[in-house]
Design a protein around this ligand. Structure first.
Ligand code: NAD
Length: 380
């Protein structure tokens, strides 16, 4: 069978779901591989690089969708891409089925089988295909780089002939995958790094990365801790304590990276307007929760704004796409691992085995039937 990736036509999307390196691996699974001409250009993979990896380069979306039996994408299909999908094709992409009922219905009507990478369960066996984590890791790294780019000083402290430079102080709010990547990047650049999460179990990880966990003087930690590894909403009392602590830190810190999310809910508002006002001019906030409404009151999604007191607030929602070579490489690797599991005989023929927990969870439409939501995975 033939597997391939089209060009991502959505504005500002620079990633691609197939790289020359992943194409070589897919060929080892018995597939013929194709790509739409120009698909990798924005991520710096030329058509020639694909050809050298044995990939057929097909001109235009019509020819691509006619050729590919399995379509690998980054963004959920829309417009031309959705129109051109055809019965019997397998689509693998980000789909966000919980928020995209119309798309699920369209995929059902098309008679395709669709696997959502965002539905891969976060269990050990599926880590190699966990695109949410590989993209969050890049977002966390890039958030710190973006902060540095907007900050007028060094991260690390220096004693130079021209004077002594104090280290920057960075606060990371939320220590999931993106937050931990931000902490690692910030400490490696030499900043004094503080981090907070409602899940007390991450304190050890934070400290092992050279950052300081911000403890709250609050007894009922159970109340605002976690369910199934994810955060639950905080009680009003816990939230008050948290905001009180952040108010204390606001005049001290130079950079705040916020990454706090609660599954299925808007991002909690944790960095209020008065905290922004209390920060020093030249400070920077990067709000990785911008797409879900933002953790900071003043965040404008997809924009960079400056408050009246000179604090830059970055609300970009496309950090992985801003590092398209890296993110395409990791994403394409996640997908080829998924294809590995979908091709048990390694003979270029996919098997959507609905008894496999990981494949079952990811499959949101199976041969024209909606199979979302899945039952909870049995293994961990
Ligand atoms: P996420 O993006 O949903 O949330 C980011 C962080 O925000 C979380 O750490 C959460 O606790 C924190 N948060 C929520 N409300 C907060 C608040 N009020 N104040 C401060 N922080 C707040 O999380 P994620 O990065 O997707 O990871 C969630 C969990 O899944 C973690 O436990 C992670 O280790 C786990 N995980 C497991 C696997 C695996 O086993 N394969 C893979 C990835 C992630």
């Amino acid at each position: 069978m033939k597997i391939g990736a089209p060009r991502e036509r959505i504005d500002g999307e620079a990633r691609v779901a197939l790289t020359p390196a992943s194409a070589l691996q897919l060929q080892k699974l018995g597939y013929e591989v194709c790509v739409e001409a120009g698909a990798g250009e924005a991520a710096r993979f030329s058509d020639d690089a694909y050809r050298e990896a044995g990939v057929e380069v097909v001109d235009g979306p019509e020819a691509f969708y006619a050729a590919a039996d399995i379509v690998l994408r980054v963004r959920a299909p829309e417009g031309t891409d959705l129109d051109l999908l055809r019965k019997g094709q397998i689509l693998i992409s980000f789909i966000w089925p919980g928020q995209n009922e119309a798309l699920l219905n369209a995929l059902k009507d098309k008679g395709v089988t669709a696997l959502a990478v965002d539905m891969v369960p976060r269990i050990s066996r599926a880590q190699k295909m966990d695109a949410l984590s590989s993209m969050a890791n890049i977002a966390g790294y890039r958030a710190v780089i973006e902060a540095g780019n907007n900050f007028g000083r060094f991260f690390t402290g220096q004693i130079t002939a021209a004077g002594k430079v104090p280290p920057a102080k960075v606060l990371v709010v939320g220590a999931g995958v993106a937050g931990l990547a931000a902490i690692g990047t910030s400490t490696s650049l030499g900043a004094i790094t503080y981090a907070f999460d409602v899940r007390p179990e991450v304190a050890e990880q934070i400290e092992s990365m050279g950052a300081e966990f911000v403890y709250l003087d609050f007894e009922d930690t159970q109340d605002s801790s976690s369910t199934g590894g994810y955060a639950a909403p905080s009680s009003p009392e816990f939230r008050e304590k948290q905001l009180e602590k952040f108010r204390e830190l606001a005049p001290e810190v130079d950079i705040v990276i916020t990454t706090a999310l609660i599954p299925g809910r808007p991002a909690p508002k944790l960095w209020t307007e008065d905290m922004v006002q209390a920060m020093k001019p030249g400070s920077v906030i990067v709000d990785l929760a911008a797409e879900r409404g933002g953790n900071c009151d003043l965040t404008v999604p997809n924009e960079k704004v400056v408050s009246d007191n000179g604090v830059t607030i970055v609300g970009y929602t496309d950090f992985p796409s801003r590092m398209a070579t890296q993110s395409s490489t990791l994403y394409a690797t996640n997908l080829r691992h998924m294809m590995d599991d979908l091709t048990p005989e390694k003979n270029g023929t996919p098997v959507v085995n609905m008894d496999d927990d990981v494949i079952r969870s990811a499959t949101v439409v199976n041969a024209g039937e909606i199979t979302f939501p899945p039952p909870p995975p049995k293994v961990s």
